[in-house]
Design a protein around this ligand. Structure first.
Ligand SMILES: CSCCC(=O)C(=O)COP(=O)(O)O
Ligand SMILES: [Zn+2]
Length: 214
């Protein structure tokens, strides 16, 4: 990126919003063992030209430090000279922004998202049927059903990122990596958080419902 496409104020605002959401999600225990990463877009969006603030790699997300966030471009490269490393999973965020034009992407590892991804790995998606909270995704049909894509958890992140375009369903703002965690996104922090909370509720429902069917 040759030219900065965000202002200093937008940069600081994005870092502040990441700090707030990180604090909230950490309080739920959604970042065990330094897992998880969060990003918020800064400035305008075009599929070939955008930037976002993202968590630095390997940090304890329940703590705060001046080294928690940096800005990267649409290819995941830092836009400013820095010794910080962006999240190891930055390229997945890049693909989600490029394909959806969204404003925020949140990734967490939880026991329920891991278990349901494993339960439905062979199917390739987690089915969720007739639960009211599907409406959190702005799907208002009575008795709606959705399928949340499950992608393989390759060690090679670019290999996962390359699969995102073929699996992402624009009506369903989330993808799950098998036995790894969920990426949920939205137009802004408020919507991405609502989507993430809905997925986690629904995954717990799917798991518990399956257990009582046995
Ligand atoms: C210790 S969890 C393994 C890496 C991971 O899946 C994750 O979400 C955190 O990686 P990051 O580089 O964003 O800290
Ligand atoms: Zn992860």
């Amino acid at each position: 990126m040759n030219e900065t496409i965000y202002t200093l104020e937008q940069r600081q605002d994005a870092f502040a919003r990441l700090k707030d959401i990180k604090t909230e999600l950490a309080a739920r225990g959604w970042f065990p063992a330094t897992s998880g990463n969060l990003s918020v877009r800064v400035g305008d969006f075009a599929p070939d030209r955008f930037a976002f603030a993202i968590t630095s790699s390997g940090k304890d997300k329940s703590k705060h430090s001046p080294e928690d966030y940096l800005i990267v471009d649409g290819q995941g490269r830092p836009t400013e000279p820095t010794k910080l490393k962006p999240s190891a999973e930055t390229l997945i965020h890049c693909e989600i922004y490029r394909l959806t034009g969204c404003g925020a992407v949140f990734h967490v590892h939880t026991v329920f998202n891991n278990i349901v991804s494993e339960l439905y790995a062979d199917r390739g998606s987690v089915p969720i049927e007739r639960v009211e909270l599907i409406k959190a995704f702005n799907i208002w049909d009575e008795d709606a059903s959705i399928e949340v894509p499950v992608l393989p958890n390759y060690a090679d992140i670019p290999k996962i990122a390359a699969l995102v375009e073929g699996r992402l369903n624009p009506a369903v703002p989330g993808i799950v990596l098998r036995n790894h965690g969920i990426y949920a996104w939205g137009a802004n922090v408020f919507e991405a958080k609502r989507h993430l909370e809905a997925f986690e509720f629904l995954f717990e429902y799917v798991y518990r419902w399956k257990m009582i069917q046995k």
